[in-house]
Design a protein. Structure first.
Length: 266
């Protein structure tokens, strides 16, 4: 049986639209924003610079899958309200993580693109329910997921009725702690050979180090990725989560200036 996600089932690339932004049409939309939504001031500062410099969508976690249960877990629905406020002010569609099946309807009522985090890539009840959520889904690769497992996770969403899935390579576990994870850049063309779904790269979670984000953004573009996801923050050293891998807003501007503007948006 041919999988719905496979090239055998559909030879041509899928184009996944999030409002006016298209993934998979040869453009290179950049999703950017803080790891966690912390405050109105923090989020608006990010959104303003992202909109000005050609970013496509605003990300920000309101429900955070933190390694320790004692760390900041996100602002919850208040964070979602702030994301919507930023969308109204700056015209950027909103990307945010949904962690639980029971929260899909609520998160989907605010977000334009629902993120499934690496830790939930094989949460099958969540994936099945996202098949019926009526919104596009950004499916991150699991921390130690093979490409086959990642494809099968996407298959759950398509098989349950939702064709709008964007895959996100965010690095995998390996032996060297110099970087937080190892960016499997080969997974981009390898997945694109096997599946018609768009594949974007997240160099922030892949490396955990802000100095490596711009070079790997270039590598992602060169290897044919369908877009990028990066974390940025007005004051990364004070960030409530993932500060070490967040660009400050000047660094974000510089990274955007380095990418060819003709392909940023379609
Ligand atoms: C995130 O995007 O902030 C996040 C938690 O990512 P991941 O699931 O890839 O670790
Ligand atoms: Mn993060």
């Amino acid at each position: 049986m041919n999988l719905l996600v496979s090239r055998e089932c559909q030879a041509e690339d899928s184009i996944v639209r999030v409002g006016e932004i298209a993934f998979g049409d040869g453009s290179f939309p950049v999703i950017a924003g803080p790891c966690s939504v912390e405050s109105e001031e923090q989020l608006m500062a990010c959104a303003e610079v992202i909109a000005e410099s050609g970013g496509a969508l605003l990300r920000g976690g309101a429900f955070k899958p933190r390694t320790s249960p004692y760390e900041f877990q996100g602002l919850g629905e208040e964070g979602l309200r702030l994301l919507v406020l930023a969308r109204e002010r700056f015209g950027l569609g909103v990307v945010t993580e949904v962690m639980a099946e029971s929260e899909i309807a609520m998160v989907a009522s605010y977000a334009d693109l629902l993120q499934v985090g690496a830790r939930n890539m094989q949460n099958y009840p969540l994936l099945r329910a996202l098949g019926k959520c009526g919104k596009p889904v950004l499916l991150k690769r699991g921390l130690s997921a093979t490409l086959k497992e990642w494809m099968m996770a996407a298959e759950y969403i398509l098989a349950n009725g939702n064709p709008d899935v964007i895959l996100c390579e965010r690095g995998i576990r390996s032996f060297d702690s110099h970087t937080r994870n190892v960016l499997d850049i080969a997974s981009v063309p390898a997945m694109q050979e096997m599946t018609h779904l768009p594949v974007v790269v997240d160099p922030s979670h892949a490396t955990g180090r802000r100095s490596l984000i711009a070079p790997l953004a270039k590598a992602s573009l060169a290897v044919g990725a369908d877009g990028l996801l990066v974390e940025c923050h007005p004051n990364p050293d004070k960030a409530w989560s993932d500060g070490a891998q967040s660009l400050d807003l000047n660094q974000f501007r510089d990274m955007m200036a380095m990418l060819p503007s003709r392909i940023l948006k379609s």
